[in-house]
Design a protein around this ligand. Sequence first.
Ligand SMILES: Nc1ncnc2c1ncn2[C@@H]1O[C@H](COP(=O)(O)OP(=O)(O)OP(=O)(O)O)[C@@H](O)[C@H]1O
Ligand SMILES: [Mg+2]
Length: 333
Amino acid sequence: MGVEVVVDGLTKSFGRQVIWEDVSLTLPAGEISVLLGPSGTGKSVFLKTLVGLLRPDRGHIWIDGHDLANCTENKLYELRRLFGVLFQDGALFGSLSLYDNVAFPLREHTKRSESQIRQIVMEKMELVGLVGAEGKLPGEISGGMRKRAGLARALVLDPEIILFDEPDSGLDPVRTAYLNQLIVDLNAETEATFLIVTHDINTARTVPDDIGLLFRRELVMFGPREMLLSSDEPVVRQFLNARKHGPIGMSEEKDISELEAEAQQGHDPGTLPPIPPQLMPSGNRLRRTQRPPGTWLAANGVIPPQGSFVDDRGRNWLEEYPRLINAHLNGVR
Ligand SMILES: Nc1ncnc2c1ncn2[C@@H]1O[C@H](COP(=O)(O)OP(=O)(O)OP(=O)(O)O)[C@@H](O)[C@H]1O
Ligand SMILES: [Mg+2]
């Protein structure tokens, strides 16, 4: 079972450069959250702060009643064990085989025997589809395989919270689709709390329960996927629909004259595209934290754009979902 992470008033700067200020959000236990934002807005810094690799200037990170941002080194060491992190570049040791890379945290943090380690490593290798590649060096495999090896390593200590820094960067669209399915299946299985940083809009639109957006040194919005996908907030709308029109420009912030020119042209922001159905775990399973489609919209009286929740096979998930629940309850796999 994952744990809740409550971030309260977090601020981080390097010297005089403020990265983000007063960030508050709650990662609900067991849910999948995505964090978006233009390059350089401090998403990686945020993940590193969450695991205690960087100390914030101000604010709190509450986990299980402890404030990770303001605790002793010993407590921090203990709290860190709740986390599994897939770093942006995989961060594998180049001179170690995939097997030794994945075994590393077990050898470092536990007193398990080599035969117990072998069993855990092979189980995680199988989970990420890397059986047979254990003996390879990171330099001998593809980028996608390196990501999966990094994921296997992030999983070996059975973390309660898993942070993914751009798990899909550099992957082709098909591999990204497989990886997204793997992430959703992993969440169903481990019930851990997930936070994914990504630039892939399709991933952001279909995978998470919640979405957050960093822009101009602040968290513009954080909340249920359906809330952000139906939002009129200009930055959210521009980013989640990958549009040129809006406050975000090539160098992160458009200058005033560009924005004024856009306003004068009276550019119509256009209608919102349909909200896609959420990616479901494979095999008629449901995640423990799964919310039925349309939950947030209905609770807030928001009517989604036409065609919402229809998948690429033409199935409407507002109708499909109750059937899935029945199948799930009847144990059909
Ligand atoms: N250890 C550090 N010391 C000083 N500045 C840093 C450090 N780490 C990051 N920064 C700065 O913090 C800012 C945010 O960096 P970060 O890597 O978090 O961006 P990001 O949102 O992850 O970008 P991308 O999408 O390109 O990965 C950058 O300006 C970067 O130069
Ligand atoms: Mg980054």
